[in-house]
Design a protein around this ligand. Structure first.
Ligand SMILES: [Zn+2]
Length: 483
């Protein structure tokens, strides 16, 4: 770890208030030199170190799949050494977590110690389980870990990756390929199991997809295929990749089996170059397991719903939704209900303009406003498309909107959070809204006072689902009349 480089770092994106994750990015370094981004999770500093050796993606140079190698357990040095050896002659990118040299991340938040396994943080159920099992769960601790998981996946450039290769080491005979065999403790997680006769059961691959299984067993390795229907949602990267349709490989070897693990990695890269696994479409046509789009008013009836996109009074000038209903992913909806409960104690409340937004609607907005400061490019998708972003304003006890510095969807400097020229009451209302939302962990957007993201948004895919009872774009629909 190059601490001199770190000392030169500058803070680029401090995320304020409850989410205490601060990213520090080192100056660019020549190919092959580790580049750290540093995050604060509670009081502990985690370096997410990227080493990129040309060609930048292991098999992408010849048009093959882009591969990312990742090491999330800081005590698995054999795996990292083997990966570095293979990177030197094959090229590629390795992302590794460094903090204390231990497997788990231990951090303090508001005087309480929390402990997580960093390979159990990629889904809400996983985060809760790892916090509860290893220490105690609290919402602020969950929020900090969720925001770190989002940033870790971003650092992996996960939107560009075709295959995720996680490298791990294990302690002899505790967790082995045999754990997945019929009757074993992890049998339910496996769709196929092939144990190499006479091989060391501590050295094996765990994969999604059968193409990689055939290729690797053909080279004599022990291989397990994840059972997507029955695998336990433990929040691991393999479960997350399975849900997102991203091919995933876990290269698991015993501590100290450096030469064996290097052979496994070289064989894997050969198989990937042959099989050319590709990620599924980045857009899901329906919510995956663990993602539940809910009607906001069914969660909390006191929200005022004013879905502008259900009327022609919006930037597109036409109706995009068939009804004045706003959907949100369940955990974000429950988070918003907590904001509402706190505001109602003060005689205030929330009016909601939009939440989950099908990708088709995103495309319609982008058509009239192709400006990424205000509308996310549908090619990448918005956090609205993941059911994890919401557009809101404040109302009084009678449900009347309070003045704000600009209208909703007024795209310009008056909608920016740093706009200071508005009437005093509007600026004060904006601050009240920002504080209330941030207190429950929502993350603001600098260019839109009304927009907020829920931490952990990367747990959910970009979706082009229609949760409404009628068709989208009701006026242009040629189908049956909308209810
Ligand atoms: Zn928004």
């Amino acid at each position: 770890m190059d601490h001199a480089t770190l000392r030169r770092c500058r803070s680029l994106c401090p995320i304020p208030f409850a989410i205490m994750v601060v990213a520090l990015i080192a100056a660019p370094s020549p190919a092959g030199e580790p580049r750290p981004r540093t995050f604060l999770v509670g009081d502990v500093r985690i370096d997410v170190v990227t080493t990129a050796v040309d060609p930048p993606a292991t098999t992408a140079a010849d048009g093959g799949p882009a591969v990312a190698l990742v090491s999330v357990h800081d005590d698995e040095d054999t795996a990292v050494e083997a990966a570095r050896e293979v990177l030197r002659d094959r090229g590629g990118t390795l992302v590794e977590l460094r903090h204390t040299g231990g497997r788990e991340i231990v951090f303090q938040l508001a005087g309480t110690e929390h402990r997580i396994d960093p390979n159990r943080i990629f889904t809400p159920a996983g985060r809760r389980a790892t916090l509860e099992t290893l220490s105690t769960w609290s919402q602020p601790a969950d929020d900090v870990v969720a925001a770190f998981a989002d940033e870790l996946l971003s650092t992996l450039a996960i939107d560009e990756v075709d295959v995720v290769v996680a490298i791990h080491n294990n302690t002899p005979d505790r967790y082995t390929a045999a754990s997945y065999a019929p009757g074993g403790p992890l049998a339910a997680d496996a769709a196929r199991v092939r144990l190499r006769p006479g091989g060391d059961a501590d050295d094996f691959f765990f994969v999604t997809g059968t193409g990689l299984f055939e290729g690797l067993t053909g080279r004599g390795h022990s291989v397990i295929v994840q059972n997507e229907a029955t695998v336990q949602d433990d929040g691991s990267l393999s479960v997350w990749c399975g849900r997102m349709g991203i091919p995933y490989v876990n290269v698991e070897a015993e501590h100290g089996h450096r030469a064996e693990q290097a052979v496994m990695l070289r064989d894997l890269l050969d198989v990937i170059a042959e099989v050319r696994p590709r990620r599924a479409a980045r857009v899901a046509s329906r919510p995956p397991p663990g993602c539940d789009l809910v009607d906001l008013q069914a969660v909390e009836a006191s929200f005022v719903i004013d879905n502008r996109y259900a009327t022609a009074d919006n930037v597109t000038g036409r109706r995009l939704y068939p009804a004045n209903v706003v959907f949100l992913e369940r955990s974000a909806a429950e988070r918003l209900a907590r904001v509402q409960a706190e505001l109602r104690e003060r005689g205030l409340g929330l009016k909601v303009f939009d939440g989950y937004r099908p990708l088709a609607v995103q495309q319609a907005l982008w058509k009239v406003k192709p400006d990424p400061r205000y509308v996310a490019d549908p090619a990448r998708g918005s956090r609205h498309n993941r059911g994890s972003a919401v557009d809101v304003t404040l109302v009084d006890a009678a449900g009347r909107e309070l003045p704000m510095p600009s209208d909703f969807d007024e795209f310009g400097e008056r909608s920016h959070l740093d706009y200071a020229d508005g009437p005093g009451d509007a600026l004060a209302n904006r601050e009240t809204l920002q504080k209330a939302m941030r207190a429950e962990g929502f993350l603001p957007l600098a260019t839109e006072w009304w927009h907020f993201d829920a931490p952990g948004w990367r747990a959910f895919p970009v979706m082009d689902a229609n949760p409404y009872a009628g068709p989208l774009f009701p006026e242009s629909s040629t189908g049956a009349a909308t209810p």
